[in-house]
Design a protein around this ligand. Structure first.
Ligand code: FMN
Length: 157
C-alpha cells in the first residue's frame, strides 16, 4: 500500500513519532506548517483557544498530493482533548482525497480517544488503525513497541 504520513508538531514529539512510522513503513512523509506563530506561552494559550473553538488556520503550501496515496496516516498533538488546529485545517481541506486513513497522536496524559472520534467524524471515514502515545510511554521507551504494533496492523490490512 502506497502510504503518506502527514503530521503537525509544535514542539517535536509528534514529529519524532511520525518520522519513526514513515521509516518503518518506508513511505513518504509530510510535516505541515502553520503560518500562525504558535511558539512560547502566548502560542500555547492561542492554540488551546483555537482548538476549543474548532478554528481553522492558513497552512503553508503542502508538497505531497494526498490524492496519489492509498493511505494517509495523520498525526497530531492533542490540544484541549482535540486535534490541533493545523490538522483540523489539513483534514478539512483534503478529506475528499483520502482513500484510507489511520491516526496517531501524542499527548501529555489523555484526550486521544475523543480526538480520534472527532477526526473520524471530520473525515467521515473509519481509521484502519490508531495509535495514542503519552508522555509516560515516551519516558519509559515503550512507545517504540507501540509504533511497531501500529505499523504491523497497517501492513496486514
Ligand atoms: C494548547 C495545548 C493543549 C494541550 N492539551 C492537552 C490535553 O488536553 N491533554 C493532554 O494529554 N495533553 C495536552 N497537551 C500536551 C500535548 O498534547 C503534548 O505535549 C504533545 O506531545 C505535544 O506534541 P508536539 O511536541 O508534537 O507539539 C496540550 C498542549 C498544548 C500546546
Amino acid at each position: 500500500m502506497n502510504s503518506l504520513v502527514v503530521y503537525y508538531s509544535r514542539t517535536g514529539k509528534t514529529k519524532e513519532v511520525g518520522n519513526l512510522i514513515s521509516e518503518k513503513l518506508s513511505c513518504d512523509v509530510e510535516e505541515i506548517f502553520d503560518t500562525k506563530k504558535r511558539s512560547g506561552i502566548l502560542g500555547f494559550i492561542k492554540s488551546g483557544k483555537d482548538a476549543i473553538k474548532k478554528k481553522l488556520t492558513t497552512l503553508e503550501e503542502i508538497n505531497k498530493n494526498p490524492d496519489l496515496y492509498d493511505l494517509i496516516i495523520i498525526g497530531t498533538p492533542i490540544w484541549a482533548s482535540n486535534m490541533s488546529t493545523p490538522i483540523r485545517t489539513y483534514i478539512s481541506e483534503h478529506k475528499d482525497k483520502f482513500k484510507n486513513i489511520a491516526f496517531f497522536c501524542t499527548e501529555g496524559s489523555k484526550g486521544g480517544v475523543k480526538c480520534f472520534e472527532n477526526m473520524e467524524n471530520l473525515c467521515d471515514k473509519k481509521p484502519m488503525a490508531t495509535l495514542e502515545i503519552n508522555k509516560k510511554m515516551i519516558k519509559k521507551d515503550i512507545y517504540i513497541d507501540k509504533i511497531k504494533d501500529f505499523v504491523e496492523e497497517i501492513k496486514k490490512s
